[in-house]
Design a protein around this ligand. Sequence first.
Ligand code: GCO
Length: 428
Amino acid sequence: MSDFLWGAATAAYQIEGAVDEDGRGESIWDRFCATPGKVRAGETGSIACDFYHRYPEDIALMRELGIDAFRFSVAWPRVIPEGRGAVNDAGLDFYDRLVDELLAAGIQPFPTLYHWDLPQRLEDEGGWTARSTAEAFVPYAEAVVGRLGDRVTHWTTHNEPWVVAWLGYGWGEHAPGRTSEQDAVDAAHHVLLSHGWAADVIRRDVPDARVGIVLNLEHVDPATGSEADAAAAREVDGRANRWFLDPIFRGAYPEDVDLKPPVRDGDLAAVGARIDFLGINNYFRFVVREGPEIVEVPGGTRTDMGWEVHPESLYKLLRRVADEYAPPSIYITENGAAYADVRSHDGGVHDLERIDFLATHTDAVMRARDDGVPVDGYFVWSFLDNFEWAQGYAKRFGIVYVDYPTLERVPKDSFHWYRQRIESLQRV
Ligand code: GCO
């Protein structure tokens, strides 16, 4: 079991704060948050968890937790404030210090190059619907890899292209808040294309690099045994899962999905180039009936996001991805749950539901591993309570509670549970 990595995950805009420091440029999330009505209660990531300043204290907590690896993302607007052009060394310095501090604590850094904070300047020029944004991603990747590649081996290009495309460009729920299906399809293709191009650069510049991409994937169940529901489930699976898995592992978009990506010659070869690992983010399954319509199954337990708790679906998802796509290695790069946590009179945070969620989901992962799925690590989402995008600070996913007025960190009971779980499995 010793080669299995236990980790915790975060993302730049959700934790860093310090949005105006050391030359950082504006991101689409700064702009989106400043637009009335987009984010709950007008909240923003401008302070967030203040990780930008408090990372040494947080890494000390990670060390106490005993994690092997820490997943974070690099903010493009810190590194290249205008999206393309001049590199801002002060922005890179932050990630340089972070990596050193992690390594000194014996924790492996797992950076993601893009976790949704596009420089606003690039959005003004078309954002991910423009091929030029994919082109701009390459020198950005080069700048980050050039600085950190001597110490970082595991590189993730993108986090959840589906969310970038559909929530950002299709449905307007995330930055940049556009609402066009074709924009979403174009954005998804350019994100995947930039993944392929950046993967090349990472391999060129970091000889022992392990390169991957993170997808949000969901197991899909038809609501009944009817043929119509089965067809509806297949349709949802096509758009949510296969639209991303197929080009990455087979170099082709699924033919049964009626969307028109802006593919040019050579694109699919770039997208479909070998990856070393697939990152899977998973929070729930879909239950689908004719329509297609996603339905709520009565009686299940739900998190504070309203998401059904269904660990068996994570097991099935892992088996299916391994059987159909055969990735050389899989990391669960996010899995976790929001609950309405409060600090008790004794000062602690007794998040028993989260412990149950994490226990049943890590069991499902280990069972898949025992059954031959090459899953090599698990990252809990999230290390800290943080800025949950359009939901602001209302949803708490952390195993460490953040008291936002004071920014005090309070390890929840799930933190102590996770520490023990890691400790006991490391001994196996
Ligand atoms: C994701 C997101 C996270 C969210 C989490 C909970 O990659 O989906 O990275 O940023 O906070 O998923 O909704």
